[in-house]
Design a protein around this ligand. Structure first.
Ligand SMILES: [Zn+2]
Length: 310
């Protein structure tokens, strides 16, 4: 078996991936972001085209089960724009779901089965397959549901080496997430810690990178919290400490009011148009290309078991 990256249009050679934005959303609907639904296929397609034109060859769509993902339309957008899309399965942190969401009470085995079905057969009654398992945790807290989801993701990471993405609330509890996954048999090298940069602490990032985890930087253009310069300084410190191979870049714009094609700004292209030149200036072209091209290619590759039709 040779490792592949499982995209919404089928499996591809990891070497062919190209510059990758490791965290965006083409479609999303959550009670936590009222009025900010991403639900218009034409507008989402136009935004994908803008990101592609800005230099992204690929994205990971990080909308998990139950939050308005649209696998068939996502595949159609990928086909039309030429933007490679790797889609997640999995579940977000509990606060995104109504109390009657069926998976909230599902045992670990049932979560494993559900995620595996999305990876091997297709999402939401389509034949569009997921290529990453995403789960989420609360601020310095794992609810019972979130702990079961982490264990389910970890067991799939252990079984097939499938790439995992974990939503950290404000960057908290990263070591503890890796501990739960390791107890399930999943090595940190399979794990991208999303929103690590919401806690822009270079020492902590060095520790997490030393364990082998990927650090997801996806908080640019959020100066209400801190300016982009804080993220650039943190990223440079992590590179200087020898961890260039553990960094991933994304936008996680995620809100209708931030998408140019929905009438907002700054849009998904901000990452490539505004942020990336500053990364290049800070760490150089070689390091930037490793972060943008080589690291996602390594994180996203795995060896799916054979199924009928693959
Ligand atoms: Zn996101």
């Amino acid at each position: 078996m040779t490792p592949v990256i499982r995209t919404v249009l089928g499996d591809v050679d990891p070497a062919s991936l190209g510059p990758t934005d490791y965290h965006e959303h083409l479609f999303q609907r959550t009670p936590l972001l009222p009025g900010d639904d991403l639900d218009d296929a034409r507008a989402s397609g136009a935004e994908a085209a803008l990101l592609h034109a800005a230099g992204a060859a690929a994205i990971v769509d990080a909308t998990p089960i139950g939050l308005g993902r649209r696998p068939a339309e996502t595949a159609a957008i990928s086909q039309a724009t030429g933007l490679t899309v790797v889609h997640v399965t999995g579940v977000h942190r509990g606060a995104h779901y109504p109390a009657d969401f069926p998976l909230l009470s599902a045992p670990v085995d049932e979560l494993v089965e559900r995620f595996a079905s999305d990876l091997l057969h297709g999402m939401d009654s389509t034949q569009v397959r997921a290529g990453v398992v995403k789960v989420g945790v609360s601020l310095w807290e794992f609810t019972d549901f979130e702990r079961r989801a982490l264990q389910a993701a970890g067991s799939l990471g252990a079984r097939w080496g499938v790439p995992l993405m974990v939503h950290l609330e404000s960057g908290s509890a990263a070591h503890e997430v890796l501990d739960v996954l390791a107890a399930a048999g999943c090595p940190p090298e399979r794990v991208a810690l999303a929103h690590a940069d919401r806690n822009p602490d270079p020492h902590l990032h060095g520790e997490l990178a030393s364990r082998g985890a990927y650090l997801g930087y996806d908080g640019a253009a959020r100066h209400q919290r801190w300016p982009d310069s804080v993220l650039i300084d943190c990223l440079r410190a992590v590179v200087d400490a020898g961890h260039v191979d553990r960094l991933l870049l994304g936008g996680d714009v995620a809100r209708r009011r931030r998408y140019v094609s929905y009438g907002g700004m700054p849009g998904l292209a901000y990452l490539f148009d505004r942020f990336l030149p500053r990364v290049r200036a800070a760490v150089g072209d070689l390091a930037t290309d490793r972060i943008l091209i080589d690291n996602p290619s390594h994180w996203l590759r795995w060896e799916p078991p054979m199924t009928n039709g693959s």
